[in-house]
Design a protein around this ligand. Structure first.
Ligand SMILES: *Cc1c(COP(=O)(O)O)cnc(C)c1O
Length: 406
């Protein structure tokens, strides 16, 4: 990665080990910034995709705002030097204390997902003596053509305010104390590899903007969410600048070019900038299946177990000889604990494998299942590297637990 050997990093820091390239993350951000240059915009990095402080610090320094889904993420952004004035707060279940904390920090906008939330936010804002700037997350009812667990813009999905009731909800927002309407928001899913669903959603959002403004409620910004996919295997997602170019063309053609544009990308900024390194512990050939048992597991990287996601796996050691077919599995006591199935690899025990495209929804979804400490994280840039999170020890894991009195 960059100018460094992943094998050496694994030897130096141990495995499992997440390694990210700062250059690759900034290179992924560049087309977003280039396509939006010259008009008011904000790229809000979706913190839940990779929330390491060093990653947030880097995006803050690059001028990004942040899309958060909890007060915990807000605290991370602030600890990393991010600006609360560039934070949008998404999520279907914000707690009162989270609303209060976000109001006091001065977040830029709450992306509100229901009338009930709007009413509670109005109460909390009034009690706190602040104004909550809001946009409503509308559900445009378009099919993003992605995995059901990461599709969010269809009817029957828990997210957003249905298109049909959006205008009425905006009317309600406009009359509530402590609430100021500033924008409109939609986010239709994740790992989207087509432009069409974005264009369909945009048309529906612009229809709404026109009817909301006709009702006398001004809309300042359009937040088009995140969701752009990456290549894990053979997917061919559009480049960010191509996608944004087409969205802006429609926005301009429909006479909305003066509005500020917000995006909330996560995966497409960091996914392909990271790998998970794992050492092969045992080879276990069998009658039906060959198992390659590695020291990373579903607790370190959940995407395969949760979504049956495909992630590339390569050996950092160049081995001669014919490849055999292996299921790459972890040590956790679950049959769902696999990282890759039926992979052609030439491999020996002691080799370090790299699971590719692990920069997004890798570390952030990790757990301590089986009392496994979470992996360390490294950032590289050129020939430099930094430990940006230390490996957890067992003592870290039970530090907050208590024995009963004897
Ligand atoms: C998760 C999420 C994002 C980021 O999605 P990606 O697919 O990682 O780009 C953006 N906005 C909201 C509201 C989200 O929940």
């Amino acid at each position: 990665m960059d100018d460094l050997s992943l094998k050496d990093l694994a030897r130096q820091h141990g495995t499992p080990l997440y390694v990210y390239s700062r250059r690759a993350m900034l290179a992924a951000l560049a087309p977003y910034q280039a396509a939006l240059q010259g008009r008011p915009h904000l790229v809000c990095f979706a913190v839940k995709s990779n929330s390491n402080l060093a990653v947030l610090q880097m995006f803050a320094q690059a001028g990004c705002g942040f899309d958060i889904v909890s007060a915990g993420e807000l605290e991370r952004v602030l600890a990393a030097g991010g600006d609360a004035g560039k934070v949008v707060f998404s999520g279907v279940g914000k707690a009162r204390r989270e609303m209060k904390q976000a109001l006091e920090a001065g977040v830029r906008c709450f992306n509100v997902e229901s009338t009930a939330e709007l009413e509670v936010l109005s109460e909390v804002a009034t009690q706190t003596g602040r104004t909550a700037r809001v946009s409503l997350r509308v559900n445009p009812d378009v099919d993003a053509g992605t995995h059901p667990y990461i599709s969010t813009g269809l009817k029957g999905n828990k997210f957003g305010v249905a298109h049909e009731v959006a205008l009425a909800t905006y009317r309600r927002a406009a009359e509530l104390p402590g609430i100021e309407v500033v924008g409109i928001d939609c986010h239709i899913g994740s790992q989207i590899t087509e432009i069409a669903p974005y264009l369909d959603a945009l048309d529906r959002v612009l229809d709404l903007v026109e009817s909301i403004e006709s009702a006398g409620i001004p809309i300042h910004h359009l937040d088009l969410g995140g969701g752009l996919g990456i290549t894990y295997t053979d997917e061919t997602p559009p480049a960010a600048d191509v996608l944004i170019g087409q969205l802006l063309a429609k926005i301009d053609a429909r006479g909305h070019g003066h509005r500020e544009i917000v995006f909330e990308p996560g995966r497409s900024l960091v996914g392909n900038a990271g790998v998970l390194l794992t050492e092969v512990m045992f080879l276990k050939p069998g009658e039906q299946k060959n198992f390659c048992v590695v020291d990373a597991a579903m607790n370190d990287l959940m995407r395969p177990a949760l979504y049956e996601a495909y992630m590339g796996i390569v050996n950092t050691h160049q081995r001669a000889g014919a490849a055999e077919t292996w299921d790459v599995v972890g040590p956790v006591c679950e049959s769902g604990d696999w990282l890759g199935r039926d992979r052609a690899l030439t491999v020996q025990s002691g080799d370090v494998l790299a699971v590719l495209s692990a920069g997004a929804y890798g570390m952030t979804m990790s757990s301590n299942y089986n009392t496994r400490g979470r992996a360390a994280e490294i950032m590289v840039d050129g020939s430099q590297s930094w430990v940006i999170r230390e490996r957890e020890t067992p003592a870290d894991l039970f530090r907050h637990e208590h024995l009963l009195p004897r």
